[in-house]
Design a protein around this ligand. Structure first.
Ligand code: ATP
Ligand code: MG
Length: 242
């Protein structure tokens, strides 16, 4: 089984409003899979469908060889899906350790003992270990984004879903984030990374998909995708719309 994820002709939306239109794509095990696309093209909605927060009207979602299309969000999380939120939502008054521990206890399928150890290793992986007793409310934006990732790692995922973790960062901070994602890949995680910053995506991903109006416009080698006519047309005159 080479693919960690397959979307097959997925149609989904909110209430009667359909957002994802016959969305199909595949993510290989161990790769960083980038997703770009204009605002409102359905990138975050794709994560919501994958996580079971919205149910597809038709189509199938296969995660690690298992059809999860009808499974609950809770079961999917415990099977190994971990997400960051586009807007970080830590518990501001809790320490970083407590923030990650909550995710580890509730999101992983493991014992409390495992959760405690795993929370600490998630903080180490994201470079936050030395700040583990700091309150989340005191963090810089970069560290808040790191904490989002640590919380997602806390649930012990096989597939990590990153939603604009580099948005709003300085160029130097974006570089730090690229290095962090590369180190997570080296640790064995499969990763889907949604981001608007094109150069970051070309430099950090193994495959890239461009979405528009809830469908895959093109996917494949990142450089080829960026240079394709379809993407050039979509992004004409738009460098970074965040
Ligand atoms: N909870 C919701 N209820 C109804 N419509 C929604 C909801 N969330 C998003 N939408 C709509 O779904 C469409 C796709 O939104 P989505 O957030 O998936 O886009 P996106 O590609 O992540 O955009 P961005 O780059 O701005 O984050 C938009 O038209 C949006 O207004
Ligand atoms: Mg979004």
């Amino acid at each position: 089984m080479d693919n960690i994820l397959e979307f097959i002709d997925v149609n989904a939306g909110y209430g009667r409003v359909q957002i994802l239109n016959d969305l199909s794509f595949e993510v290989k095990k161990g790769e960083v899979y980038g997703v770009i696309g204009p605002n409102g093209s359905g990138k975050t909605t794709m994560f919501n469908a994958l996580l079971g927060l919205i149910k597809p009207g038709s189509g199938r979602i296969i995660f690690d060889g298992v059809d999860i299309t009808r499974m609950s969000a809770n079961v999917r999380c415990k099977m190994g899906l971990g997400r960051t939120f586009q807007i970080p939502r830590p518990f501001e008054n809790m320490s970083l350790y407590e923030n990650v521990l909550v995710a580890a206890v509730h999101g992983s399928a493991q014992s409390e003992r495992f959760a405690k150890d795993h929370a600490l290793s998630s903080l180490k992986l994201t470079g936050l270990y030395d700040k583990r007793e700091t309150r989340a409310g005191e963090l810089t934006l970069l560290d808040r984004k790191r904490l989002e990732i640590a919380r997602a790692l806390g649930t012990d995922p096989k597939l990590l879903l990153l939603d604009e973790v580099a948005a709003g960062l300085t160029d130097a901070e974006v570089k730090d984030m690229m290095e962090l994602v590369a180190s997570l890949k080296d640790s064995g995680y499969s990763i889907i990374w949604i981001e608007h910053i094109i150069e970051t995506m070309v430099g950090s991903t193994d495959s890239l998909m461009c979405m528009a109006q809830g469908s895959c416009v093109i996917s494949g080698d990142p450089r080829e995708v960026i240079e394709s006519e379809e993407v050039q047309r979509l992004y004409l005159g738009v460098e970074d719309d965040e």
